[in-house]
Design a protein around this ligand. Structure first.
Ligand code: GLN
Length: 235
């Protein structure tokens, strides 16, 4: 299913994370290497980032069209610079709407959040804050409503109520980057200037490491904490 990426570190251009890498999200939109569900990610894309202005509001650029054909984004992305980015390319689940509002990253005004996977909306609480009826948007609203400090517990609970769910999350608020591996791939790259978390490596750098399934990763400054998501915990 979809592919996503998160960055926390020094300010870098959005294109250096999303467009330039040889196997970055632009290439993953038509030729992902590790995608287990779906063939390609042609159903839209979204990039969210925090600026270094005093205004902490995350900014988003989303589209329901394929990333590979977006000449305007290609033109602007080299001059968009950020220390904290969440980006995604989408392979829509059958029955979900094809629209920008169904495309990650979602936001509550403070956090950016992407969901890579599938979940039965019937197991999720109804929230007035969902941006779309898309399962990922409903899940994002449930996570926002509960708070990101409870992300691990929320994933465990939803995963137990819907055992077929795949719940890979990428979320950031400008100073924290969180990701879960629950049913799909997740990799981490520790660079000298920051940390990348991504559904799959964007190049063949040998420093990429795979995150084991059913784990939560939290990046804060120089600190990286890996926590097992134990099914029997929290309920
Ligand atoms: N279920 C979500 C959607 O339809 C995410 C799909 C995915 O991860 N491929 O957009």
């Amino acid at each position: 299913m979809c592919r996503h990426l998160g960055w926390l570190g020094a300010p870098v251009s959005v294109s250096s994370l999303v467009l330039d890498p040889p196997q970055g999200l632009r290439v993953q939109s038509y030729a992902p290497r590790r995608q287990k569900h779906g063939l390609m990610n042609a159903d839209g894309w979204g990039v969210g980032f925090f600026s270094d202005l005093p205004d902490p509001t995350p900014r988003r650029w989303r589209s329901p069209a394929p990333l590979w054909g977006d000449a305007s984004f290609d033109s602007v992305a080299p001059v968009l610079r950020s220390h904290c980015v969440v980006a995604a390319v989408r392979s829509a689940t059958v029955g979900m709407p094809l629209e920008a509002s169904a495309t990650a990253p979602f936001t509550d005004g403070q956090w950016l959040l992407s969901h890579n996977g599938i979940v039965d909306r019937a197991v999720l609480p109804l929230s007035a804050n969902a941006e779309s009826v898309c399962d990922s948007a409903v899940l994002a609203a449930a996570i926002f409503d509960r708070g990101l400090d409870a992300l691990g517990d929320t994933i465990i609970e939803v995963g137990s109520t819907d055992p077929l769910a795949r719940l890979n999350i990428m979320a950031a608020n400008g100073s924290r980057l969180l990701a879960t591996a629950w049913g799909d791939t997740l990799s981490i790259l520790r660079r000298a200037d920051g940390v990348v978390l991504a559904s799959e490596p964007y190049d063949d750098d040998p420093d990429w490491e795979d995150i084991p399934d059913r784990h939560l990763v939290e990046v804060t400054g120089d600190q990286i904490v890996l926590t097992a998501l134990n099914r029997s915990k929290g309920f």
